[in-house]
Design a protein. Structure first.
Lengths: 350, 228
């Protein structure tokens, strides 16, 4: 394989096959070939209790070796990465759903409009009295009367191209109504006031947007709770699965651990390569999860836009916020790290 | 440097590999350890770097009972000993260079010094041109020399070698022995396990002989004196 005979110290430096790195190595070794340099090698005594610092070059090479194992298609590495990717995708999809629902909720409650529909035979006097009584409540704003003609105009606007249908009506069937907004957007406040106004003479019905909002908020609250619990369970399960697969890699690399032990490696030194691998698996898993949630998002956005346009409303989903993206990345790293630490603490006793 | 006080050792299987072994090797000495297969030679080395613990008696290295070392001290003991394993224990997921450099990294050596020292050591075992190869592609003798380079790269004060010439032809075996002799001249204490009686005779270093877990022959210099 290599034509050079085995020689000792006498052979000239600088290999015949001068590859890039080799050339560099040769030069360096010539430079270091001073007899005094031998003395710089640190003598180890049992007395010197100082902890070993793990060199950057060793850390870099550990990372490189971890990456090489992915490259070589190590089954357990990919299993771990895929499990992390899938679980974080579930988490990401849930986050996407809740965060979009939340936005929808905020948009609803953004306009806390209450509409009081009056009975058909209400007099102007009664109407003014109702207006006054409403105005006496705290936080009432933008109180105004909507005439049947105005109401008809709005309806035509809403119907757009179908507005022609309304032209066939012989008389305007819409009643007078009073609209106002309430500063305090709490559901109970709105609901109580609406109920009170509904009992007044001359009032036909009271409607308010928050009825929708409140239902949506309740659904979101439930989902968030269930989602948090499920996420916690999911992540715990995933951390355990990962610790198990990492355990397998530690067992497969018992020799490496043993050799390092016998050479006098500290625990933290032995752990370093495994921790790097865990973190790398977590990071790659998180990146996978972000790709998958992006796909889900594009799919869902297209579908809801289509669905929305069928009902004449414009729905646009938003993607995960930067902090949510960072959270997923952090969770991935956390999972890889925890998995590695759990298995290391349990299986590194030699 | 090394003292065994009436040491016995039992493997978990219940087999008693060593039965009341006593000897003392002074600092800077060079001893051969010989004996039939299964005599307990490897077991003695394992006790020195504390891969195993004695079931009776005491093992002292540099005046310290290795059985009483704390979790912090044990790595320091091991770093002061260069071990050449019978089965090499090389790592096949990295280059020859990385295998040897690992010993220096483990010991927390200054990264600036690792490079030159690793190359010098590889040069001294005749593997300068193999630095970037994977040890799996090396012959048995070449792998053995990688193991020797790894064990000596930190200039440990004690080198224990389990059949370091076992896989080498006569010529290469002699070269390796002269390498150990160079280390010895520089003050390193050396304990070398071998089957090669010719080699022992040729070198003229004292030798300890074992049979069935007991020492049957050793020079006066290795006897444990009463007061120690
Ligand atoms: N891990 C172990 N568990 C149980 N018995 C063991 C173990 N290792 C070694 N032994 C036994 O202890 C005895 C001594 O083993 P040891 O390895 O010390 O022999 P050795 O002198 O090095 O032999 P060789 O020259 O063949 O390497 C042998 O009989 C062996 O079978
Ligand atoms: Mg043996």
């Amino acid at each position: 394989m290599n034509p050079t005979p085995d020689g000792f110290s006498t052979r000239s430096l600088g290999g015949k096959k001068a590859s890039g790195r080799k050339g560099r190595l040769a030069k360096k070794s010539v430079k270091n070939k001073r007899p005094s340099s031998v003395k710089r090698i640190k003598a180890t005594t049992i007395e010197g209790g100082k902890d070993v610092t793990i060199s950057k070059s060793f850390q870099l090479r550990s990372l490189q070796r971890a990456w090489n194992r992915f490259h070589a298609g190590s089954l357990s590495h990919w299993t771990t990465t895929i499990i992390i990717a899938l679980s974080l995708t579930i988490f990401g999809a849930f986050t996407l759903l809740l965060s979009n629902a939340n936005t929808a909720l905020e948009q609803w409650t953004g306009d806390n409009l209450i509409t009081v529909f009056l009975e058909e035979n209400t007099t102007i006097h009664q109407m003014e009295e109702i207006q006054n009584r409403i105005a006496q409540n705290p936080g009432v704003d933008q109180l105004s009367v909507v005439s049947p003609a105005q109401a008809m105009g709005r309806m035509k606007n809403m119907l757009g191209s179908e507005a022609g249908l309304l032209d066939n009506l012989s008389e305007n069937p819409l009643p007078y109504s009073i609209e106002f907004r309430l500063h305090d957007k709490k559901y109970e406040k709105t609901a109580n006031l609406a109920f009170k106004i509904g009992t007044w003479l001359g009032v036909e019905a009271v409607s308010y947007d928050q009825q929708w909002a409140e239902k949506l908020a309740a659904v979101i609250r439930t989902f968030r709770f269930v989602g948090s619990v499920l996420t916690l369970l999911l992540l715990t399960a995933v951390a355990l699965i990962i610790s198990n697969t990492i355990k397998l890699t530690i067992i497969a690399r018992r020799d490496e651990v043993e050799v390092m032990r016998f050479m006098g490696a500290t625990d933290s030194f032995i752990k370093t390569p495994f921790i790097y691998e865990g973190v790398l698996q977590g990071l790659l898993g998180a990146i996978g999860a972000l790709l998958l949630t992006s796909l889900l998002y594009w799919g869902a956005d297209g579908a809801t836009t289509e669905l929305g346009s069928a009902f004449g409303i414009f729905i646009e989903l938003h993607y995960l916020q930067v902090n949510q993206l960072l959270l997923i990345m952090a969770l991935g790293i956390f999972l890889g790290l925890t998995g590695a630490l759990i298995s290391l603490s349990r299986f590194l006793e030699i | 440097m090394i003292k065994f006080h009436n040491v016995s050792m039992r493997y978990p299987s219940g087999y008693e590999a060593l039965k009341g072994v006593s000897f003392a090797l002074s600092k800077g000495s060079f001893y051969f350890l010989t004996g039939h297969s299964g005599a307990g030679k490897t077991s003695i080395l394992k006790l020195i770097y504390r891969a195993e613990r004695p079931s009776g008696g005491a093992v002292l290295i540099g005046g310290r009972n290795v059985d009483q070392l704390t979790k912090k001290q044990l790595p320091l003991l091991r770093r002061s000993i260069g071990v050449i394993f019978q089965d090499y224990k090389l790592l096949y997921d990295r280059s020859v260079y990385d295998n040897v450099a690992l010993a220096m990294e483990v010991a927390g050596q200054n990264p600036d010094h690792i490079h030159g020292q690793v190359l010098r050591t590889l040069e001294s075992v005749g593997l300068r041109d193999y630095t970037h190869q994977n040890p799996i592609s090396l012959s048995g003798g070449e792998q053995q020399r990688v193991a020797i380079a790894r064990a000596t790269v930190n200039r440990p004060s004690l080198v224990i070698a389990d059949e370091p010439t076992g896989n080498l032809d006569r010529e290469m075996g002699r070269r390796i022995i002269s390498l150990f002799q160079t280390l010895h001249k520089q003050g390193t204490t050396i304990l070398l396990v071998t089957h090669d009686i010719d080699l022992v005779k040729e070198c003229g270093h004292p030798h300890i002989e074992m049979v069935g877990g007991e020492i049957t022959k050793m020079p006066k210099s290795a006897r444990l004196s009463e007061d120690s």
